[in-house]
Design a protein around this ligand. Sequence first.
Ligand code: MN
Length: 234
Amino acid sequence: MGLRTYWKKRDFSKTPEPEGEPGRARAARLSFCIQKHAASRLHYDFRLEMEGVLRSWAVPKGPSLDPADRRLAVHVEDHPLSYGGFEGNIPAGQYGGGAVLLWDRGAWVPDGDPVAMYRKGHIRFELRGNKLHGAWVLVRMRGRDDEGGRENWLLIKDADEHAKRGRAGDITGQRPESVDSGRTIEQIAAKSRKVWQSDRVAASGGSEWQKRLARTVAQARRKTKTKRPQRRAA
Ligand code: MN
């Protein structure tokens, strides 16, 4: 994919996000990060270093430690490696406007050739993060989304000693804080309250996958009738 789509969507004179450098493969240790992103819809961006960029998936519900949970992961555009350190507020009106919290980071260890597994649509790997550990799998589902051409994948915890069943697996609920600053998403957002509020209007146009996400979330809400207090200030 490369970074062209990433660059096209952003005006780096207006957003504090890193512009990044043309991909240069790095040796040995591969990084991963997860960013909690309060855009028009709250989601978690799951990023794996591969071929000199961060290959990225937007996970609406975030990771779960319960192997029974299959979390939708919408494949989105590659991001620069330097994005892995980003935490802050993307200004309203810019692509993905809203608060970004660095939720986890560390190394990922592919169980085989990472690029071959990626192309095949079945990536097996180990995470060595602050919050996430052990074996995981990312699997591409059949078919493509007609609207945006985005691929739907599933992020699943593999059964091992780091897996936790049921409520104990709710790692995003138990550990909402930034791995970088210890702040909550509300605290990060509060630093630019104006951006935060106007963003909800500005972002209502949304990208293709965000629109689809909105429908998925609405469906899930109708089914479960649960509400998460995601936009309350601390
Ligand atoms: Mn995002």
